[in-house]
Design a protein around this ligand. Sequence first.
Ligand code: NDP
Length: 339
Amino acid sequence: TRRIVLAARPQGKPKASDFRLETAPLPPPGPGQVVLRALYLSLDPYMRGRMDDRKSYAPPVPLDGVMEGECVAEVVESNDPSRPVGTIVLARMGWQTHAVMDGKGLRRIDPAEAPVSTALGVLGMPGFTAYSGMRVIGQPKPGETVVVAAASGPVGSLVGQLARLAGARAVGIAGGPEKCAHVRGELGFDAAIDHRAADFPAQLAAACPKGIDVYFENVAGPVLEAVIPLLNRYARIPVCGLIAQYSGGGTPPAGPDRLPGLMRDVLTKSLTIRGFINYDFFGIPGIQEDFRREVGGGVRSGAIRYREDIVDGLENAPAAFMGMLEGRNFGKMLVRIGT
Ligand code: NDP
């Protein structure tokens, strides 16, 4: 197998030398095991957290360990009759071309239902994150205003489309005119605003004339600061991601301490702020089936749109990953793995 390992723990932003491409022999599959060949590797912002040696909701990748990640893969050798050769599965095999894994526990993907790559995006972990965060915490109502950043990515794009389907106004925040045009035109948001614009806070206020009822938090930083004064009474904030601070090394940003002001707003405006990791909600009865039915149905009918950003070759995964953290991806970031 060819694989990418964590060569060094990044200080701040990851760099090329933090990763290393290796070739390693593959052990023969034992009883019940299968040999997998990766077709697509998903690159996700959470992987930045796994590169640091600090306490989080999941343990870090060890130094010289294979970078973690989910793949859509094909079974190429099988000792598991329920996962015959040719089966397409979802597998946490990491950043590598091949792996030996237990067949049991690998979710099958039906290529007839949707392109298999969607199992890593709109119909996979990011899609479920948007769906469950909106359903359980956001709870958009008709006429309300929902704001989300990273709006052209797999989580944000679905958040806004679900808001629209619920009858709410969707305001997306994205980096640059091209992404904003896509968010408005292709994804059908009511407005899209470039967070890099000098007058971003004023533009956001103008796009939310009735204030903000749901702020789906993907980024934190200056976007959050512009949102806070616009929050309505009883606003809900599903805290999903904080990408603006992932490479900050845990040091607080310069400037005044905004926590007392925020806490005052939490109290006086009766705000709900609730963090979540997508799998927190796996146990809600029927939610995964509802997600597959509603979002899967929407994708098949064209009512829900998604965009993928695909690079070829495992060796290009580190650059694509570093680019994604800076907003250079345009849509769900995937690596297509050759044979
Ligand atoms: P995206 O594909 O949207 O990629 C990340 C995007 O974040 C970039 O393209 C960029 O978009 C934007 N971004 C990066 N830095 C900043 C910044 N400083 N300010 C504003 N925007 C920035 O990622 P996903 O859709 O996969 O993930 C979105 C968020 O959801 C992330 O925070 C991620 O960690 C979180 N997440 C949380 C999960 C959970 O279970 N809680 C599960 C999955 C994802 P642009 O160019 O538009 O600025």
